[in-house]
Design a protein around this ligand. Structure first.
Ligand code: SAJ
Length: 415
């Protein structure tokens, strides 16, 4: 492989594991991040967030001297860009982080480098990244035209599941899309360093769209389950039993309803397809709307349960704040949204938030006078209405203690 040094730009949930795994496979890596706190933490061998097994990889990589964090790109043979791609208020993609990364890399290029975009991106973004780089460096080219040295651009979307990143980074198949076939080949060689899955070559725009389609597929299927939960409620049918029975059909595999869809991927990526093909992506848009509407429906169920209780200042226990089970990640979490709305809707109630994976409430809840962090035991003892929001493993034992209590169970935990 003609790649002996790699720079990973963006040391977040994807960039840092990628940098650490490359280093673990013997490649000298510089990790680039605009946050001086992140650069400092990584250079001390520390990980600024929780992900199983990552801490060991990072401390080994730093102490072996193969991983070094810096605040601006340095010359390297290959660059992997793993920066955020959020959307703006109108659901339009915000590519400013990618543009900033491209413009920071451009000045240190010498020609012959590979630049891989890993960030989940709207169709056409790899080409735009190339334009941002080459606008700044007219002495370089995509294809060697005019005798200018080539820079190779590819997209290789990450597909790892938070909580299993260090495993899936090695075992998952990878899609690699090049702006040119040569760029795809070079990117394949880079990922072969640590990826044991199949590496599938295509063009950049197909790779970009494939990643968005994967998460949209999951979003549409979760929306189906969430819609069923509303239909079943109206019909007086238990949705969990309904899905369990239907899934005995050999060609039916319905996902599980919940309080809504959280995380930074599935609730975001489908909007990039809607933005790129607004007239055509009707089902994908509707799935987003169905999933985004679920927290409000849950809130109405809590309002009904409190009304049935008929107590002026009730104690409402909310179990779970994370966006999915057995993690500490509270960002974009429907459980957070629902707990906040419960506290605002019932200013005279006491809201006990139970989240075994955190030691303190996040700012948006800590700022509400009627919410505090509580243990499961405390919530069971004091709660008058119980709202089950996350199916953390330890909450599975709640079925017994909550029997006969007023419960809103968004995850089927009591079954
Ligand atoms: N959820 C349900 N019902 C289900 C399954 C999930 O309500 O039956 C909810 C979860 O509670 C959570 C949300 O959906 O709020 C998303 O969770 P998830 O486990 O489905 O996915 P993420 O966001 O942790 O990771 C996804 C993965 N994509 C797919 O499975 C297609 C992962 O492989 C991607 O790498 C990741 O997005 C990403 O970074 O794009």
């Amino acid at each position: 492989m003609g790649i002996s040094t790699v720079a990973v730009v963006g040391l977040g949930y994807i960039g840092l594991p990628t940098a650490a795994i490359l280093a673990a496979n013997g490649v000298p890596v510089t990790g680039v991040d605009v946050s001086s706190a992140t650069v400092g933490a990584v250079n001390r061998g520390q990980v600024p967030f929780v992900e199983p097994d990552l801490a060991g990889y990072v401390s080994d990589a730093v102490s072996s001297g193969r991983l070094r964090a810096v605040s601006a790109p340095e010359p390297a043979d290959a660059y992997i860009v793993a920066v955020p791609t959020p959307f703006m208020d109108d659901h339009k993609p915000d590519l400013s982080y990618i543009e900033a990364a491209a413009r920071a890399i451009a000045p240190v290029l010498r020609g012959g480098e590979l630049i891989v975009l890993e960030s989940t991106s709207p169709p056409g973004t790899t080409r735009r990244m190339a334009e941002w780089v080459l606008d700044q460096r007219p002495d370089l080219s995509l294809d060697g035209s005019g005798d200018r040295p080539v820079v190779y651009f590819a997209h290789c979307p990450e597909r790892v599941l938070p909580g299993r990143i260090m495993v899936e980074m090695v075992t998952n198949d990878r899609i690699v899309g090049g702006l040119t076939p040569e760029a795809a080949q070079r990117a394949r060689e880079l990922y072969q360093v640590f990826c044991q899955g199949e590496i599938l070559l295509t063009d950049a725009v197909t790779a970009e769209t494939a990643k968005l389609v994967e998460n949209s597929f999951r979003d549409v299927n979760i929306a189906f389950a969430n819609e069923l939960s509303l239909v079943a409620d109206k019909l007086g049918v238990d949705v969990w039993e309904l899905i369990r029975l239907a899934n005995h059909h050999p060609r039916v595999n319905i996902l599980q309803p919940g309080p809504g869809v959280g995380g930074h991927c599935i609730a975001v990526d489908p909007w990039f397809i809607v933005d790129a093909a607004p007239e055509e992506a009707r089902l994908i848009r509707t799935a987003r709307e169905v999933n985004d509407a679920k927290p409000r429906w849950v809130l109405h169920k809590v309002v009904d349960a409190v009304a049935d209780l008929g107590v002026p200042n009730p104690v409402i226990a909310a179990y779970g704040l994370a966006f999915k089970p057995n993690i500490d990640d509270l960002r974009e979490s429907p459980a957070m949204e629902i707990t906040t709305e419960i506290a605002r809707t019932f200013p005279h109630a006491t809201v006990l938030a139970v989240e075994p994976h955190v030691d303190e409430l996040p700012a948006e809840l800590a700022g509400l006078a009627n919410v505090r962090l509580a243990s499961t035991d405390e919530a069971l003892a004091a709660g008058q209405v119980h709202v089950l929001l996350v199916d953390h493993t330890q909450f599975r034992a709640l079925a017994g203690p909550l029997a006969g209590e007023p419960v809103v169970d968004t995850r089927g935990i009591l079954r």
